[in-house]
Design a protein around this ligand. Sequence first.
Ligand SMILES: *Cc1c(COP(=O)(O)O)cnc(C)c1O
Length: 414
Amino acid sequence: MKSDQHVNDPLEEAKRFLMQVSPRPSMVAISGKGSWLTDHAGTAYLDFVQGRGTNALGHCAPELSRAVTMQASTMVNPGSHLYSDQGLQLAKVLAQTSGLDQVFFANSGTEANEAAIKLARKWGRLNGRENPEILVFHDAFHGRSMGSMSASVRPAWDRWFGPLAPGFRAVPFNDLAAVAQAFSPQVAAVLVEPVQGEAGVVLGTQYFLQGLRELCDRNGALLILDEVQTGIGRLGSLFAFQHYGVRPDIVTAGKGLGNGFPISAVLATEAVCVFEHGEHGGTFNGGPLACSVALATLATVDSKPFLNDVRTKGTQLGLRLHSLGEALRCGGAAGIGLMWRMELNQPIASAVVRYAMDGLRADPGWECRGLLLNAPRPNILRFLPALNVSTDEIDLMVDGLRRSIIRVREAGVA
Ligand SMILES: *Cc1c(COP(=O)(O)O)cnc(C)c1O
């Protein structure tokens, strides 16, 4: 499918009319189906980014398109001052499948974390902390609002956007001794990603996450898991905490929950649900359209056979990446479920991403198609395919990755 409005020079129009907040390639995405995305020139790309892991079931999954169409002609926005049928159903499903008690809906991962931070601060005040503090981790990513940005502690951010919100203290990830040392009577919560996604898929160890649970218990503090990226089946369990066997007090979910449609959620144990009327909310929160899409996503993802299949595919992806790393002597791979990283022993990850998108199509084996990959760090590639990606698509991706790494090395570009 071609779009005539954008054929001239999409890059020039983008530069003219859009604030430039991130580098984007000179293609315009037009349509998607499953693991494939098509651009304005009709080029198809095998998509192993999937909107940064938001399209849990790939582009335009039929069950989701149906849910959107049905709900869009039934009721879109009664307003968050009213209950909706879809919102009630989704809250019940999320509470039951997570084992937590109550749910708060929002529209993005950032907003879910913002709500979790507010909840933890209020809970802290109600439980003896005058200045509640939240322990966070080096290289963590929790969002870009004032609060979630302050929790993320990225070195460059405070230069332009400071002063950041106080009340966060950062300690090294996977370092239990450092956390133990950082605890004080003011610490109300520990906020952590079970697997740090934006940092380049850095896996929290079971020892670390279970240790955090114990430290929180010993100090009467809350354990908050940011599962915006790891939740909704990504690791082969509905939530990462089920994989790790660690029960959190608060969990945030987003990304995959709406399969590309904006919706996020905060789930918490009853003791922590301390908001009173007027203390938090949002105009679009828990809208029936978003909730019906999330219900359709969960109806597929939250099943044993589906999650088993995620683990099987994840093993396949991991094995292929490992052997590719060995064959090309370029470094290791690590991951859980369908969240993987591959390390390159040179800072060529961005060049590999560019070649996979633009150069690969000239390769006879690739029949004019491209491959979408993501480079969260100069030497790290991240893979977040659709959870229903096929074994053939995994093999094809690894073939494209192999060709891309070889060509980038040959060309000596970085
Ligand atoms: C993407 C992400 C966020 C931010 O979510 P948005 O929907 O972009 O606001 C927060 N935490 C983690 C772990 C993420 O991966």
